[in-house]
Ligand binder design. Structure first.
Ligand code: NAD
Ligand code: DAU
Length: 339
């Protein structure tokens, strides 16, 4: 079994590669990643010498490079994590989101059609469903919830999802899609809420909370997401969408306070800043389908997962300090200076 994992030098893709190489010692995993600002080759250092692993630095938008890789590797499956993934960056500059998230997905699926494939899996997001109101805790996103996006990022992911389903219906491509809630865990890029707050708190810097901090996200430990994708690519039904989420809704402000407490830092570091444009209020996944069909359940409780995550950032300072001391500084200044 040979699996091309795109975006494997990023947060979830790298955790998925570790999971797969560990669980399936006879699988070959080929990581295709062009190493944008969010991709980090040092993340993959633990598997670089594994004879079942290969890293290829190319873009999923480069048709020639993608076809060449398919000719070399004859993959059985493709799992597409590669994407521009940050909502705030998509608000500043939507174009690259359209190129990578939509065109890149089409190029990968064209390669799958040309060379044949057992499964193409698209790693998608609950953000394609838009948001839910805070005063309706009885409402959840199911696979039947209409697509209703808010940001350029979520719109580009929704566009990709629609293309994936169209390639299944029109060309019979054997596809599956997973739509997961917010992940957290090791190797999470420090532009995102949890690692940003951990890094800033450790450096005694202000903790910038958007708006009133009342927006709700449904947090899932990254390993639980990786197990879900593993189940879907092996046992999921072709042409189907599976929602993935852990019934773990939390307000942003409560997470930030929890991080302060764990690190012994004062809540006076919390600074309320201008809200994100078009900010989604609440995400909440109904994971009944993946539970009933594939027996998936989350295994890591948030109280344990956040402790493990904070400990990982304490133990791996070099990883994130290298990132935040580089080009990231310019991004941070621009994004937060006048908020
Ligand atoms: P990330 O930003 O940490 O990593 C993205 C990776 O994709 C990086 O390694 C980057 O170099 C690579 N990449 C970007 N453009 C590329 C291109 N053109 N060609 C090849 N590689 C390219 O993202 P993440 O948080 O790990 O998210 C991975 C996937 O999961 C994305 O598709 C995202 O939409 C989806 N997702 C993320 C979450 C979350 O909470 N992080 C939740 C649900 C779904
Ligand atoms: O729901 C899945 C999605 O989760 C994925 O599809 C995206 O790729 C991933 O980035 C994530 O999107 P969010 O926008 O929910 O994550 P982010 O970490 O950027 O923000 C989480 C919440 O915290 C959101 O309500 C905005 C808020 N926030 C974020 C940052 C970076 C702040 O209050 N302050 C901040 O500095």
């Amino acid at each position: 079994m040979t699996i091309i994992v795109t975006g494997g030098a990023g947060f979830i893709g790298s955790n998925f590669i570790f999971h797969m190489l560990d669980k399936y010692p006879d699988y070959r995993i080929v990581c295709l990643d062009c190493l944008t600002y969010a991709g980090n080759l040092s993340t993959l250092a633990p598997v670089m010498d594994n004879p079942n692993f290969r890293f290829v630095k190319e873009s999923i938008t480069d048709r020639e490079a993608v076809y060449k890789l398919f000719e070399e590797e004859h993959p059985d499956m493709v799992v597409n994590f590669a994407a521009e993934s940050h909502v705030d960056r998509s608000i500043e500059n939507p174009e690259v989101f359209l190129d990578t998230n939509i065109k890149g997905t089409a190029v990968l699926m064209d390669a799958c059609r040309k060379y044949g494939i057992k499964r193409y899996h698209q790693v998608s997001t609950d953000e394609v469903y838009g948001d839910l109101p805070l005063d309706r805790p009885d409402l959840f996103f199911t696979e039947e919830t209409p697509i209703h996006t808010s940001s350029p990022y979520s719109s580009s992911k929704a566009g990709a999802d629609l293309l994936v389903l169209a390639y299944h219906r029109t060309y019979g491509l054997p596809v599956t899609i997973s739509r997961c809630s917010n992940n957290y865990g090791p190797y999470h890029f420090p532009e995102k809420l949890i690692p940003l707050m951990i890094a800033n708190a450790l450096n005694d810097k202000p903790l910038p909370v958007y708006g009133k901090g009342e927006n709700v996200r449904d947090w899932l430990y990254v390993e639980d997401h990786c197990r879900a994708i593993d189940l879907i690519i092996h046992n999921g039904r072709v042409g189907e969408v599976y929602n993935v989420g852990g019934h773990n809704e939390m307000k942003n402000i409560d997470i930030v306070k929890m991080i302060c407490k764990e690190l012994g830092k004062p809540e006076s570091l919390i600074t309320y800043v201008a809200d994100r444009k078009g900010h989604d209020m609440r995400y909440a996944i109904d994971p009944t389908k993946i539970h009933n069909e594939l027996g998936w359940l989350p295994e890591t409780k948030f109280a344990d997962g956040i402790k493990k995550t904070i400990q990982w950032y304490l133990d791996n300072k070099e990883w994130w300090e290298t990132i935040i001391s580089g080009e990231y500084q310019n991004y941070y200044e621009k994004m937060y200076a006048n908020r």
